[in-house]
Design a protein around this ligand. Structure first.
Ligand code: GLA
Length: 397
C-alpha cells in the first residue's frame, strides 16, 4: 500500500513539475569521497518551474541541469558521472567543472609577469591547459554555502589557492556562485583576490546536448555566436596573435547555422573540429552583459542563450569525446555535446598590452569579476516561412 502511495505521489509531483508548479527548493546530498578521502557533497537546486540544477563541491562542478522542452518535458542536458570516481578518471573531460586558475592554454606553460618568468605544468602537449595537473581548480574540493533569495536560490563555492599552487604566484581567494532563477536562468558569478600580482581566467566547462545528455550528436543543433572575429591557432592550439574575421570561414556563426553543416571542413585541422576562441562583439549601449551565443535543439525546442561580461567564448565541439560512460548509463559519443566557455583569450598572459587582447593580470587590491548566464527557454516549431524571415533579419543585424 505504501509503495503504491509513493508511486502515486511521485507521479503526481512529476505532473505538477511539468505543469510548472514545482516548489523552489535547495538541499545537500552526500556524494562520497575523493581518492584522498575528502567528503564530497552535491547541492540540488529546484526552481518553481521544476528546472533542476545539481552542483558538486569537488571542482565546484555542474553535474546536472534539467530543463523543459516545448512540451514541458524535463531532460538533463549536461554531461556528468554518477560518482566521484568518474570525475577522477582520465576521461573526465572536465565535465561541468570550474576550470582555473587559468582556463584554456598558455604557450609552453610559460609567462613573464613584472619581469619574472614563471613555468607552469605542460600537461597538454607542449602547453599548459586548464590550470595544470594535480591541484587545478576542477580537482580540489571547494567550501560551499547555500542561499535563498526571493525568486532565486543557489550555492556560493569558495577556495583559497596557496601561493605557488600549480606554479602560479600569489595566494588567490576564489569564489564561484551558482544562482538558479525562477526565469530558468543559471547565473555563474566568479570573483577572486590576490596578495601578489598573478594571472587568472576562470570558466565553466559544461558539455551541453539540448536533446538530452547521451543523445548521439549535436550536428542538428543550431548555433549563433555574436562574434565577427576569432583568434586563429597554430598546430598546438595556441593563438598566433592574429585577430581575424570569421567571414568566409566555417567559424562564421553570425547567422544561425547547424553545427554539423561545416564542421567536417575543420576535422583535418589542428583543432580537429570546432575548438576556437571567438572575439565577442561589444555589448550594446545600456546592456549589462553581452549576448554571446544561442544554441537550439530544433527537435525539442530547448534553447540556451549565453550572456557574459567576458571578451571571449571558446566553442568546443566535443572532438575528444570517445564514448565514455556517464551518469544514468549514458554514453558520451564523439561530438555529442558542445562547450561554450566564456573567458579571456587563450594565451593572453603572453599578449598583454597587445592591441585587442584582454588583461588577465590581477594585482593586490583589485577584484577579478566574471559573470556568465546560461538562460534556458523554448523555441516553438518554426515554419519554413518564419525561418527564411529570421535568416533575412539576421543577415541585416
Ligand atoms: C577545452 C579545450 C579543448 C579540450 C577541452 C577538454 O575546451 O579547448 O581543446 O582540451 O577543453 O577536453
Amino acid at each position: 500500500m505504501i509503495r503504491f502511495f509513493a508511486c502515486g505521489l511521485a507521479a503526481f509531483l512529476s505532473v505538477v513539475a511539468s505543469a510548472g508548479f514545482a516548489r523552489a527548493d535547495i538541499h545537500a546530498l552526500d556524494f562520497g569521497k575523493t581518492k584522498n578521502g575528502e567528503d564530497v557533497k552535491i547541492y540540488e537546486i529546484t526552481n518553481e518551474n521544476g528546472m533542476k540544477v545539481r552542483v558538486m563541491t569537488r571542482g565546484a562542478t555542474l553535474v546536472g541541469l534539467e530543463a523543459p522542452d516545448r512540451n514541458r518535458r524535463i531532460s538533463d542536458v549536461v554531461f556528468g558521472f554518477d560518482n566521484v570516481q568518474g570525475y577522477e578518471s582520465k576521461d573526465n573531460g572536465y565535465f561541468g567543472a570550474t576550470v582555473g586558475r587559468y582556463a584554456n592554454r598558455i604557450a609552453k606553460g610559460k609567462f613573464t609577469l613584472d619581469g619574472k618568468e614563471y613555468q607552469l605544468a605542460t600537461n597538454d602537449g607542449p602547453n599548459h591547459l586548464h590550470g595544470g595537473d594535480g591541484r587545478s581548480f576542477d580537482k580540489v574540493v571547494w567550501k560551499a554555502r547555500r542561499f535563498e533569495n526571493p525568486g532565486e536560490c543557489g550555492v556560493k563555492f569558495t577556495y583559497t589557492s596557496p601561493d605557488g599552487e600549480e606554479g602560479y604566484p600569489g595566494t588567490l581567494e576564489a569564489s564561484v556562485t551558482y544562482t538558479l532563477t525562477d526565469k530558468n536562468a543559471l547565473r555563474l558569478e566568479y570573483s577572486a583576490k590576490t596578495d601578489k600580482p598573478t594571472i587568472i581566467n576562470l570558466t565553466n566547462h559544461a558539455y551541453f546536448n539540448l536533446a538530452g545528455a547521451g543523445s548521439p550528436t549535436i550536428n542538428d543543433h543550431t548555433l549563433r555566436i555574436f562574434a565577427d572575429k576569432y583568434t586563429p591557432v597554430d598546430a598546438t592550439l595556441i593563438p598566433t596573435g592574429e585577430i581575424a574575421p570569421v567571414e568566409g570561414t566555417p567559424l562564421d556563426f553570425r547567422k544561425t547555422t547547424a553545427i554539423g553543416q561545416r564542421v567536417d571542413q575543420l576535422t583535418a585541422t589542428s583543432a580537429k573540429g570546432y575548438d576556437h576562441n571567438f572575439v565577442l562583439n561589444p555589448k550594446k549601449r545600456g546592456e549589462e552583459l553581452t549576448k554571446a551565443a544561442e544554441l537550439v535543439d530544433p527537435a525539442s525546442g530547448r534553447k540556451l542563450t549565453v550572456y557574459t561580461d567576458q571578451p571571449g567564448i571558446q566553442f568546443y565541439g566535443g572532438n575528444f569525446l570517445n564514448g565514455v560512460k556517464g551518469k544514468n548509463g549514458q554514453t558520451y559519443a564523439y561530438r555529442s555535446a558542445c562547450c561554450l566557455e566564456t573567458q579571456v583569450f587563450p594565451d593572453s598572459p603572453n599578449h598583454q598590452g597587445q592591441e585587442g587582447w584582454p588583461n588577465c593580470v590581477l594585482r593586490p587590491g583589485e577584484s577579478y569579476k566574471h559573470t556568465c548566464v546560461y538562460a534556458f527557454s523554448v523555441k516553438e516549431k518554426e515554419t519554413k516561412r518564419a525561418a527564411d524571415k529570421k535568416s533575412a533579419k539576421e543577415k541585416k543585424s
